[in-house]
Write a protein that binds this ligand. Structure first.
Ligand SMILES: Nc1ncnc2c1ncn2[C@@H]1O[C@H](COP(=O)(O)OP(=O)(O)OP(=O)(O)O)[C@@H](O)[C@H]1O
Ligand SMILES: [Mg+2]
Length: 240
């Protein structure tokens, strides 16, 4: 679904990514773990074209994103759902308007026949929040905002979903609801996902594989059980 090869990214003399590699296969969830400030968000911004890496290549569904023109990049973006760190809903728009926003921008994806209302309602129903459709984000709890943001990320029926800290700032019960929802989405839509998280419970439940980002590189990869059993100190630090 996706291949990152040897990307590097520096800000001034600060080398954040230093030859990072990642592959995502169809239908799998890959969790990326790394310390705060290690470059996880930078990596994901490079993936969606919000930032350009200094070198290296990124292929999404066999297309090298550096060679795409604006239209092809826009089309490719409809295949990728992005759940930003925080929920990043538009505060001045209702839940309905938040979900309509990507539909309006990319309406050509579904042709003319699509019923916008039906898509919005279906997306909200999937996250159990149809009853919030006319509310403002400020009227929702943190966990509900996160679920609406997930509904918005799903509305274009992406093949790949990128989650940046989907459970941060939530209590353990709400965090578990989000994790269950992520699994449900994976089953329902056969999506592949990259999930950035510090949350070890989330990583265990949601991942087929884990990649550890340490010192700007993909330091280790494996299943939760494989990595947890490692006696490498840098790997162990994540599982303590
Ligand atoms: N636009 C930018 N300009 C300059 N430096 C930046 C920029 N974006 C990120 N950085 C730096 O790159 C480093 C990695 O940032 P990044 O946001 O990717 O960390 P992270 O791994 O996502 O951390 P966290 O777990 O706290 O979210 C940080 O030192 C940050 O200050
Ligand atoms: Mg981050």
């Amino acid at each position: 679904m996706l291949e990152i090869k040897n990307i590097k990214k520096a800000f001034g003399n600060k080398h954040v990514l230093n030859g990072f590699n990642l592959e995502l296969y169809e239908g799998e969830n890959v969790v990326i773990m790394g310390k705060s400030g290690s470059g996880k968000s930078v990596m994901i911004k490079c993936l969606v074209g919000l930032m350009q890496p200094d070198s290296g290549s990124i292929k999404i569904m066999d297309k090298d994103i550096a060679t795409l023109n604006q239209k092809d990049l826009d089309d490719l973006r409809t295949e990728i759902g992005f759940l930003f760190q925080g929920s990043a809903l538009y505060d001045s728009m209702t839940v309905r308007e938040n979900l309509e926003f990507p539909l309006r921008r990319h309406k050509h994806k579904f042709g003319d026949v699509v019923d916008t209302n039906q898509l919005v309602e279906e997306a909200l129903e999937n996250v159990g929040l149809l009853h919030t459709i006319e509310l403002m984000p400020a009227e929702l709890s943190g966990g509900m905002q996160r679920r609406v943001a997930l509904a918005r990320a799903l509305i274009l029926r992406p093949k790949i979903i990128l989650y940046d800290e989907p459970t941060s700032g939530l209590d353990p019960i709400t965090a578990k609801e989000i994790v269950d929802l992520m699994r449900r989405v994976q089953r329902l839509y056969q999506t592949s996902s990259i999930i950035i998280t510090h949350d070890i419970d989330c990583a265990r439940v949601v991942s087929e594989r884990i990649v550890l980002l340490v010192d700007g590189v993909d330091y280790a990869r494996g299943t939760f059980e494989e990595l947890a059993a490692s006696d490498d100190g840098k790997i162990q630090a994540f599982f303590k």
